[in-house]
Design a protein around this ligand. Structure first.
Ligand SMILES: Cc1ncc(COP(=O)(O)O)c(C=O)c1O
Length: 405
């Protein structure tokens, strides 16, 4: 069928892909507000924007949920990579026992969105954050946090006593990352004892996050690194159990080590986050089956851009630049041979060889981002696509200003 709009598009010399649908650009925002996605296609969207491939995303969630069910480990996935209550709820629906959060603001966001079992994986120290953790525990008794210092445990206890609340608290043990974690063994045991004997803290277990293992290239190397990094945590867990302390949870792990940590059987729960979307840095670490590419989870998230200039051979300019967190390690969907280069705040460059297929002016180009945590933080929503059709929009929450602090 040749619609009048298609005809006008062709007559004006617009590329064919620019005239398929009848959505006016000024309708898109009101349609999104009304959650009316009828006849909305990727080609209608303003760029740069984030697009989730629903099929790949749902498969990633199912793969992890099945893995957890089959191995007996539980999932409390990290939300710092997506900042989306919609995604957290989907994970809970598939059996997750809650979510892990990097900040008190994220914890409030998730808990207030109705997610039970929020665990804040960074200890609270300043007055503001301590008070908010206490208020959150008061409102949501399933909320928990961690400590890696006896002083922080004292502060938490004092604030909790003032409010007459008991706060679920895990001891964060050093697992190879010098940014946090008390020394394993006797110091970790002492801290666990202290938490357990603090009237307003409830010891729930121990945590050890081996961030160095998560991106170690090669499955066997990763396994070795994870084993080494978690040895101290396991020793501390054994000591705590021997001392009769309650160790309900042993939490840690990541997307890179999900099938290593569950094999080791030391952790009771996983904090993996990136598997929901994957990024190029994770894809490069290699998997158990394929040493070159980590294919356990598929790349479900792209940054969609538009070619805005093409005046030079073998290169073109796209409308995603430094502000969109474009990186030379990003990859072009369907065109792995194309190089991505930074150009400026609102510009990026794609470079290819003479023999490769050209890009056209106005063409949509999707890029796999390098680091989810950073990239998702600069966009306000995920456009969720089934093929070319947009079927949903999920807000990315708590990314800036007061909401992020
Ligand atoms: C404390 C903590 N736990 C778990 C993770 C695992 O996340 P991912 O699966 O995205 O590597 C992270 C990521 O940085 C983290 O900071």
């Amino acid at each position: 069928m040749t619609s009048r709009r298609c005809f006008l598009g062709a007559a004006a010399g617009l590329p064919a892909f620019a005239a398929k649908t009848s959505i006016r650009s000024d309708e898109i925002e009101t349609r999104v507000q009304r959650r009316d996605f009828k006849n909305l296609y990727k080609e209608d969207l303003p760029t740069p924007c984030m697009v989730v491939d629903l099929e790949i995303f749902e498969k990633n969630l199912r793969t992890m949920a099945d893995h957890c069910r089959n191995t007996g480990i539980r999932l409390r996935g990290h939300v710092k990579v997506h900042k989306s209550p919609d995604i957290a709820k989907r994970q809970v629906a598939l059996g997750s026992i809650g979510v892990t959060c990097a900040t008190i603001a994220e914890s409030e966001l998730m808990s207030h969105s109705g997610i039970a079992g929020v665990l804040l994986t960074r200890q609270v120290t300043g007055k503001n954050n301590i008070n908010r953790a206490i208020m959150l525990a008061k409102r949501d008794p399933t909320f928990g946090t961690v400590v890696d210092d006896p002083l922080a445990a004292d502060w938490l206890q004092e604030a909790a006593a003032r409010e007459g609340v008991k706060v679920r608290t895990a001891v964060d043990v050093f697992a190879g990352l010098t940014r946090h974690g008390i020394e394993a063994g006797a110091p970790a045991l002492e801290l666990a004892r202290k938490v357990d004997s603090s009237k307003n803290l409830k010891l729930i277990g121990l945590m050890g996050y081996s961030g160095g293992a998560s991106h170690t290239h090669g499955w066997s190397e990763r396994k070795k690194k994870s084993g080494n990094d978690l040895a101290g945590l396991m020793e501390s867990v054994a000591l705590a159990r021997k001392a009769g302390l309650p160790v309900e949870i042993v939490t840690g792990g990541s997307t890179g080590t999900y099938n290593i940590d569950s094999e080791t059987k030391g952790l009771t729960e996983l904090q993996a986050g990136s598997f929901v979307f994957m990024d190029t840095l994770y894809r490069q670490i290699g998997g158990k089956q394929d040493p070159a590419v980590y294919t356990d989870f598929g790349p479900a998230l792209t940054v969609m851009t538009t070619v805005i200039s093409k005046r030079h051979p073998h290169r073109c300019t796209i409308d995603a630049g430094n502000k969109a967190l474009l990186k030379p390690t990003d990859e072009v969907k369907g065109r792995p041979e194309v190089k991505v280069e930074n150009q400026g705040a609102e510009y990026g460059i794609l470079v290819w060889k003479d023999s490769d297929r050209d890009f056209k002016l106005g063409e949509r180009v999707e890029l796999y981002p390098s680091n989810l945590d950073m990239s998702t933080n600069v966009y306000d929503r995920y456009y969720v696509a089934k093929g070319e059709r947009i079927v949903d929009v999920w807000p990315i929450m708590g990314r800036a200003g007061a909401a992020q602090r």
